[in-house]
Design a protein around this ligand. Structure first.
Ligand SMILES: NC(=O)c1ccc[n+]([C@@H]2O[C@H](COP(=O)([O-])OP(=O)(O)OC[C@H]3O[C@@H](n4cnc5c(N)ncnc54)[C@H](O)[C@@H]3O)[C@@H](O)[C@H]2O)c1
Length: 410
């Protein structure tokens, strides 16, 4: 591909695809790169492979305008944006960050990068990663490459699944540069579509800011989850308790759930714990409290199921939160899988945002519609408060044992 692009976005998932598309609809020539051929093909047909409201319209417009093309490999561009996954190492007991995707994406730039290029790390990353990508790129380019020839920034993404297209434009942004010049270049670029404030800082502060935001959420959810355990022990309705406590003018307790999932809140606090294990005691404890919550849900289901001879359990929802199709790190999946492992009963799974039973649950649970599952169930386990579930007639739940981990009607 000999064409020179304005922007090359590496990773066409929940973050990279909306970002690439919005730049393209603002007139930038954008190359989207992904290592999965099916993703590249789908996007080049103007279609999408993930679920996000109105993203299909944006991508179709971007591709039809001729400004967005997808490919398997990067090509020369003024700016490279890295939006690849940054999970933790699943095999590691200490949840150490897995930067292998970021490293591979960075090294893949070496054949096409040119002096003066801006390299933006959008992936949520441990403190020091922007410096690391500079190191990886220079290493790949060889001894004649000079650090000062390339501009590096971290620009973390804060958009919320389900509202991504609006938040992409209206959320404030933080841009942390390895140099002031790099930060200024990135700010000018994001002003192409961002109508909110763009705050400049150094790369390490920007990296820590994103991790801090998600740790703040995690700690607050852990407080709500801990309250739910205490309330179960003391026979108090946690939803009623929180509703009343929140009448205090300076109290705003979040809602408990079956645990914390997703690609961000369940992952990012570990990057802080890994970097400062002695100091990050509250952050670690919050992770542990939230990781424990699925076990409490499982124990509750087992206790209720013991009253039935061959219990049928309708499990409503698999996604990590309401009204999305994202199953990553979802506590609902963990709960269904563990219920199967412990032989608790027949498991009917309902997930309106996904087409089929995820591979991880094949042979362990049965795929079902909400109506069929509720008709057959002895126990209804609400794992996600999808709007489809809120709309179900209450009479379908009559005569069933309902375990509502999300406060569907509260
Ligand atoms: N999803 C969110 O709501 C959200 C919000 C804020 C920040 N983030 C962060 O953004 C980053 C990306 O998350 P996501 O949700 O878009 O992930 P995703 O899994 O949806 O998409 C990542 C894409 O990158 C591709 N990829 C992997 N290696 C590649 C490589 N070397 N070159 C090109 N493409 C490659 C994958 O095939 C995949 O399509 C993560 O660091 C995440 O923590 C995500």
């Amino acid at each position: 591909m000999s064409q020179k692009f304005d922007i090359c976005v590496l990773g066409l998932g929940y973050i990279g695809l909306p970002t690439a598309s919005i730049f393209a609809t603002k007139g930038k020539k954008v190359l989207g790169v992904d290592v999965v051929p099916a993703v590249v093909e789908t996007i080049n047909q103007g279609r999408i492979h993930i679920q996000e409201p109105d993203l299909d319209i944006l991508v179709r417009a971007a591709v039809q305008s001729g400004n967005l093309t997808a490919a398997l490999k990067p090509a020369p561009a003024d700016t490279f944006i890295i939006a690849v996954p940054t999970p933790f190492q699943h095999a590691s007991a200490n949840y150490l960050p897995d930067l292998s995707y970021v490293e591979a994406a960075t090294r893949s730039l070496a054949p096409v990068v040119q002096p003066g290029n801006l390299i933006v790390l959008e992936s949520t990353s441990p403190v020091g990663t922007t410096e690391q990508i500079q190191g990886w790129l220079l290493d790949e380019l060889g001894p004649t490459a000079r650090a000062e020839d390339y501009l590096f920034v971290h620009c973390p993404e804060r958009i919320l699944p389900g509202q991504m297209l609006r938040e992409l434009v209206t959320n404030d942004r933080i841009v942390g540069g390895l140099s002031e010049q790099a930060a200024q270049r990135a700010k000018a670029l994001y002003e192409t579509f961002c109508t909110a404030e763009i705050y400049l800082t150094d790369a390490r502060t920007a990296e820590m800011a994103k991790l801090t935001e998600n740790s703040f959420r995690d700690v607050n959810i852990a407080f709500a989850n801990e309250l739910s355990l205490i309330c179960d022990r003391l026979g108090i309705d946690v939803w009623e308790l929180i509703r009343l406590a929140n009448r205090h003018p300076r109290v705003n307790i979040l809602r408990p759930g079956p645990g914390v999932g997703g690609h961000c809140i369940a992952v990012d606090p570990w990057f802080i714990v890994a970097a400062a294990p002695e100091e990050a005691r509250l952050i670690r404890t919050a992770r542990e409290v939230n990781n424990h919550k699925p076990h409490h849900v499982i124990a509750t289901v087992k206790q209720k199921a013991s009253r039935f001879k061959d219990p049928v359990i309708a499990c409503l929802g698999l996604a990590f939160k309401a009204d999305v199709d994202d199953l990553r790190e979802s506590p609902a999946i963990e709960i269904v899988e563990q219920l199967h492992r412990e032989g608790v009963g027949r498991l009917l799974v309902v997930e309106p945002n996904v087409r089929e039973l995820p591979q991880r649950l094949v042979g362990k649970a049965e795929w079902s519609s909400a109506e069929e599952a509720l008709a057959a169930a002895d126990i209804v386990l609400v794992l996600v408060d999808h709007r489809q579930f809120k709309g179900l007639p209450r009479r379908l739940f009559d005569q069933r044992v309902v375990i509502d981990t999300r406060g569907l009607w509260s």
